[in-house]
Write a protein that binds this ligand. Structure first.
Ligand code: SF4
Ligand code: SF4
Ligand code: SF4
Length: 383
């Protein structure tokens, strides 16, 4: 283990300079047609055979976005009903080995035994940016968004932290920070519990035609981004090559993850190790990690629950550390379809109200009344 860590530390230190070079060259702007998806959704492909586990991508994401997640109000109001947990990661911002509201990306480091030989595999993990995302379709407040370029994100000005998105996400990606967001200005004891956060694929940078930070700094070009059709073709060809090299060309589909999972995502992983093996190793690792982590409250230890490897234990083990197992299209289920249809109008109304409320709040902070703002906007926005 120590040699593993020191090797990674060495890689990290040694590659920082290389990543820095990538950075300045970077401002390698995405061609306009590409950043807009060229009429198609943008899709990222991870070639895991190239990932050395240096975590430069994690550093870059944290540097760029951690400051955009606010610190909570103290004391954090107890949500209603009282059994609803307060989730506060603000004093654990240094946690980087799982997803948290302050950490949108982390890297799994797997040691595998294959054909009597040991092998390492490093897997960066973040939101998959599903093509038909249940997190967005089923948000009762309309806080989820899907951009034309395929980016799935959560509007922090509207989200009330109810965590429906995390419940319905097959990988439980969105992470809640309690004590932040619009609910504090409404009735915090009766509604809301913070804001859900996750990777937004550097949307503000994409809108400026720039490359997402984790792609930009990678010293090995592990991740590429481009129109979905091209990226799917590239990932498929690579998977076929890997299956061939593994001596089982007919099993090429096992080397791809994200292409059809949850009905298709815009994040496709290609691995030299077939994903059924990867997922089994991940589950084992996550159960060990969960068992060794300190319970947050006496009697509520996720480690204890995880030991048995039962359904709930698996769920707890994967909290903040997503699996890579088979994943059906959740929006194809009759239950979710019906729910999405039922909440769509309500969610639209809630989102409209949320935007209005948040706009008024921002104006109040600026010391301007909504009426005055309306007048100045009608005069060409001059104040
Ligand atoms: S991975 Fe989860 S959070 Fe990300 S888009 Fe899909 S359903 Fe939403
Ligand atoms: S795309 Fe941007 S927000 Fe998402 S993990 Fe990469 S750096 Fe972080
Ligand atoms: S994706 Fe690139 S930057 Fe991230 S750990 Fe792998 S090699 Fe390092």
């Amino acid at each position: 283990m120590s040699s593993h860590v020191s090797r990674r530390g060495f890689l990290k230190a040694g590659l920082a300079a290389a990543a820095g070079v990538g950075l300045s060259a970077s401002q390698a702007v995405l061609p306009q047609a590409l950043h807009a998806g060229g009429g198609q959704e943008l899709c990222t492909v991870f070639d895991l055979s190239q990932c050395i586990g240096c975590e430069a991508c994690v550093d870059a994401c944290r540097e760029q976005w951690q400051g955009s997640v606010p610190d909570p109000a103290h004391p954090i109001p107890q949500p209603f009903p009282a059994r609803v947990p307060i989730e506060d990661w603000s004093d654990k911002k240094d946690v980087r080995d799982r997803l948290t509201p302050y950490n949108f990306l982390y890297v799994e480091h797997l040691d595998l035994e294959r054909g009597g030989k040991s092998a390492e595999l490093h897997i960066p993990r973040r939101c998959m940016h599903c093509v038909n995302p249940p997190c967005t379709n089923l948000c009762p407040f309309g806080a989820g968004r899907v951009e034309d370029n395929g980016v799935v994100h959560i509007d922090p000005d509207i989200c009330l932290g109810g965590a429906k998105c995390a419940q319905v996400c097959p990988w439980k990606i969105p992470q809640r920070q309690s004590g932040v967001g619009i609910y504090l200005d409404i009735l915090p004891e009766y509604a809301g519990n913070g804001v859900m956060f996750k990777c937004h694929r550097c949307l503000p940078l994409l809108k400026e035609g720039k490359t997402p930070r984790c792609i930009e700094v990678c010293p090995n070009q592990v991740q590429t981004i481009g129109p979905r059709g091209e990226q799917v073709a590239k990932a498929t060809a690579l998977a076929q090559k890997m299956a061939q090299a593994n001596g089982a060309p007919e099993r090429w589909r096992d080397h791809l993850y994200g292409l059809t999972e949850n009905g298709g995502t815009n994040t496709i992983y290609v691995s030299p190790v077939p994903f059924p093996e990867v997922n089994a190793a991940l589950l084992k690792l996550h159960l060990e990690q969960a068992a060794s982590e300190t319970p947050t409250k006496p009697g509520q230890g996720r480690g204890q629950a995880a030991k048995g490897g039962q359904g709930r234990g698996r769920m707890l083990a994967h909290a903040g550390r997503p699996h890579m197992g088979p994943t059906a299209n959740s929006m194809a289920s009759a239950e979710n379809l019906t729910l999405a249809l039922a909440i769509a109008p309500v969610a639209g109304l809630a989102a409209g109200l949320g935007r209005l409320f948040s706009g008024v709040k921002k104006l109040k902070k600026l010391g301007r009344s909504p009426e005055a703002a309306g007048q100045s906007e009608s005069k060409g926005g001059q104040s």
